[in-house]
Structures are given as C-alpha cells and as structure tokens.
Design a protein around this ligand. Structure first.
Ligand code: SF4
Ligand code: SF4
Length: 467
C-alpha cells in the first residue's frame, strides 16, 4: 500500500513503524474472511482492511481520532486472527496498538465511556482492588436491575463465589517466594503471578507450580512483579502499561543477575503475548530496551516449557473407564498471538485425554481482555457462538490456556472448563481439580454430598519459601 508520510512524521518511531506495516498491506482482503467483527457486522470498516485504511488516513493526516475511527477500532477484539490469515505478514497488532494510543491521546470520549475505562484501568491490574470490587459487585447484585446497563453487565460477569486468597497470591508484590524443584533441578524459572487470574482462579498458579516443581523446575515469584500491563495496553494507556512492564523487568532482572533464569513463564496466553512484546514496547527507552529484549526472549507460555521437559503422566485418579474427552478451546492470544496451536493439544493427548476440536476454532469467544465489558453485545454474540460450537464436540471437559476465556465461557457451559495446566497437573500425579469432583468424574454414593474443596493453605501442595 502506498503511503504519504512526511519526513517530519517519520521521525516519530511509532509512525515510522506503522508506515512500514501499512506498506506491507496489499489490500487483498483475505483477512476479512476470518475477522469475527466483519463476520458479525458485514461492514468493511469493521474488517482488518477497513480498519487499516482508517488508521492510515488518521496517521497520515496527523488528525485527532474521530468518533468513527474510535468506534471501529473499539470494536476490534485484537484477536489477531487477521495476522494468522494475512499472506503479506502485516503486523496488525502493532498497528492497532498505535491507533489505540492515538485515540486515547486525541479523542474525547463521552464521560460514561471514559469513566468506565478509567475504572477498569485502575481496578483490574491491582489484585487487592479487584478483589474488593468483586466483593462490592456481590453486594450490589440484588440491586443490579436499578443500575445502568453497563454496570449491570459488569455485575453479571463477576463470579458469584470468590475463592479464598491463595498462599501464592501477593496482592502488593511485596514478597519473593521460591518453590524448590523436586529431585534434581533441571530449570529455574520465574512465573508471572498476574493480576486478575490469581483472584479469580488461584488454583491455576498453584497447579502450574506443582506441575513444574514435580518435573524438576524451581519456580520463583519475584518480588515486585505483577500485572503484565496488557489490560491498560489494550485500552491505549501507554503510561501505565509501560510502567507495569518496567516493574516486571526490574523484578526479573534481579533474578537474572542473581541465581539466573532459564525462562519467564506466563500461564495466561494474553499476558504471554504481551511479555513476548516487551522488547518492542520499550525499544525507544535506552535504559530499558536491552533488558526488555532479554526478558521478552526468555518469555514462554507454560506449555512451551512443559513440552521441553517431557511430562510423566500417571494413571488418572478417576473411576471413569473410558478416556476423558476434552474440547480444547485455543485462545486467540495462544493461537494467533503466540502461534501455539498444536502444542497444548499434543500435551493433553500425551497425558491421556482424548482431545476434540471445537468447530470454528479460529474465532474469538468475545472475551478479549476488557472487550466483554466494553462491547457486551458483540461479545455475547461471539460467546453464544463459541458455546454452541463447544457443545457440538460432546466433550466432558473444556480446556484452555487463558483466564479471560474461562471467565467468558464458564457460566454458559454445561461441563467444567479448566486451564490446561490443571488437567496436566492431575494427569501427572496432582490432585483432581475441584471442578471435576462431581459426577461423572467421581460418582457420589446416593445421599452423600460431593467432596468439599481443599482448605486454604493445603492447596498449593508444594513447599514454598519467602526469601
Ligand atoms: S490479508 Fe493482509 S495484505 Fe491482505 S488486506 Fe488483509 S492485512 Fe492487507
Ligand atoms: S484483530 Fe480480530 S477483530 Fe480486529 S481486525 Fe483483526 S481479526 Fe478483526
């Protein structure tokens, strides 16, 4: 695609990068075929190609974002299906990230929209505040019908029961915890503790730690690490996103310079995609660029490290005589963002599960960070479509590698949805996930109640030390 930027414009590193991306697009339109919003709305401006034209016009003209641009970019899920489809290698992710920043800086949103975005940007990355807001949502639930529809939708999305805080949770990032490897240490890794995930599903980090330590990996939760920054990054808020990235890099750098790290692990694929992009995000900050590139180079999804280790499956502690059928839902950030498609499926199959494909697996479930809060109508259409496709598999369990997808789909499913590591942990000697402690996985004798979840403090099942 021909572009018309001036030399002065190209002196800006972000504009120069976007110009390169724009020039790679040959406007063939192949990407429209896999774009979920184009599929739902049928409007060229809600397709990748249409959005690319809108961004080009805005950046070339050095214009503030218009309401039209904001509307169509806001509707983009950042699912990156278009990047998988594009034959020209257009890096849509960096282009739309730039557009979102430009919109945040130049577009005056209606105050309700602005306030909601601020609320999300402040609350979600801080586990203690997020926990508090979920409790408040629980208290407000009986009065939800009196509230504006957006707040009502947020309350609907909040879980009805909040699990107790995990021993691994460190809401303020003040503690350093080390979980030693069982047997000979093969690797030493840092685990990104995350922000919303440990509050919503603390069992995911616990299963990850058990699984890794059981396979000879020492796991560190570094003091000062926390949210990866992707939530604010996707809201266009460059300042808080880069601050989160720098805090993590500083925390992990101390470990790299201390006992060293073989990998930095994310078990939420959305976060992993952002960690792997730290080098790009901080490329213009001389003090951080080199460290950011090193950290990005060490970043791995947990399944990548598990595949390197080679898992040792045991016999599942389930009375089911047949193999358990698992529908694997590949999160967009996993399959399109990190290009990890076959690996998680392979690990599940090798661990003894029967992996079933979800029809239209390339389509987003509508979660997409805060998309299900900001664009609830489109998000719920995608969710319903995904739920129907999952139901077609007839599987007994759904597995995925991203907390956002779990939250988006859980309430609409008739079967449990788990993180892949929870199943792999179980299959290699860990405890049976709480969600599977009911029929048909463990038929209860008539008249008895299902087993209760483990008590707080028992859940990790490995000994960690604050050092
Ligand atoms: S498929 Fe790629 S090259 Fe073709 S229009 Fe879409 S982004 Fe441009
Ligand atoms: S990121 Fe997803 S929603 Fe956005 S343009 Fe690409 S395919 Fe469409």
């Amino acid at each position: 695609m021909q572009t018309n930027f001036t030399l002065a414009q190209l002196a800006d590193a972000d504009v120069a990068e976007s110009e390169k991306i724009l020039r790679a697009c040959v406007h063939c339109g192949f990407c429209t075929a896999t774009c979920p919003t184009y599929l739902l709305l049928g409007d060229e401006l809600d397709s990748p190609r249409g959005r690319i034209y809108l961004i080009k016009d805005m950046l070339e003209g050095d214009k503030p974002a218009s309401a039209t641009v904001a509307k169509h970019i806001d509707r983009c899920l950042s699912c990156l299906a278009c990047m998988t489809t594009c034959p020209s290698g257009v890096h849509y992710m960096h282009l739309v990230d730039h557009a979102r920043r430009h919109i945040a800086e130049t577009f005056r949103r209606p105050w309700r929209d602005w306030a909601l975005r601020r609320l999300l940007a402040i609350t979600l990355p801080r586990p203690w505040l997020f926990r508090l807001s979920l409790r408040a949502a629980g208290l407000a639930r009986p009065l939800a019908h009196l509230l504006p529809w957006r707040l009502r939708n947020m309350i609907d999305l909040a879980p009805r029961v909040l699990p107790p805080a995990s021993p691994t949770e460190d809401s303020l990032g003040l503690r350093r915890q080390v979980f030693p490897a069982e047997g000979t240490r093969r690797l030493r890794v840092a685990l990104l503790a995350g922000c919303a995930q440990p509050v919503l599903k603390p069992g995911i980090n616990e299963a990850t730690i058990r699984l890794l330590t059981r396979h000879g990996v020492e796991v560190v939760l570094a003091k000062g690490s926390g949210c990866c920054g992707s939530l604010t990054h996707h809201l266009g808020e460059a300042g808080p996103a880069l601050a989160a990235a720098r805090a993590n890099i500083a925390a992990w750098w101390r470990e790299i310079e201390g006992e060293g790290l073989d990998a930095i692990i994310a078990n939420a694929s959305g976060c992993g995609t952002t960690l792997k992009d730290y080098g790009f995000m901080l490329r213009e900050q001389p003090e951080w660029a080199e460290k950011a590139a090193r950290v990005a180079g060490l970043a791995r999804d947990v399944t990548e490290v598990l595949a390197e280790l080679g898992l040792r499956p045991t016999t599942l502690s389930s009375p089911l005589s047949s193999t358990i059928a698992v529908a694997y839902h590949s999160a967009c950030s996993m399959q399109h963002g990190q290009k990890l498609n076959a690996l998680p499926r392979r690990l599940l199959a090798e661990a003894g599960f029967e992996v079933r494909e979800v029809p239209e697996g390339h389509l987003c479930c509508g979660s997409a960070g805060t998309y299900n809060i900001l664009q609830p109508h489109l998000a719920s259409q995608l969710r319903n479509r995904k739920l129907a496709n999952i139901a077609r598999t007839g599987a007994a369990v759904v597995a995925t590698g991203n907390i956002g997808c779990i939250q988006q789909l859980e309430a609409g499913l008739d079967v449990p949805i788990l993180h892949t590591v929870e199943l792999l942990d179980w299959a290699t000697g860990g405890p049976q996930p709480g969600a599977l402690r009911a029929p048909p996985f463990f038929p209860s004798p008539p008249g008895s109640s299902p087993p209760s979840p483990p008590e707080r403090g028992e859940r990790v099942g490995v000994r960690g030390a604050a050092r």
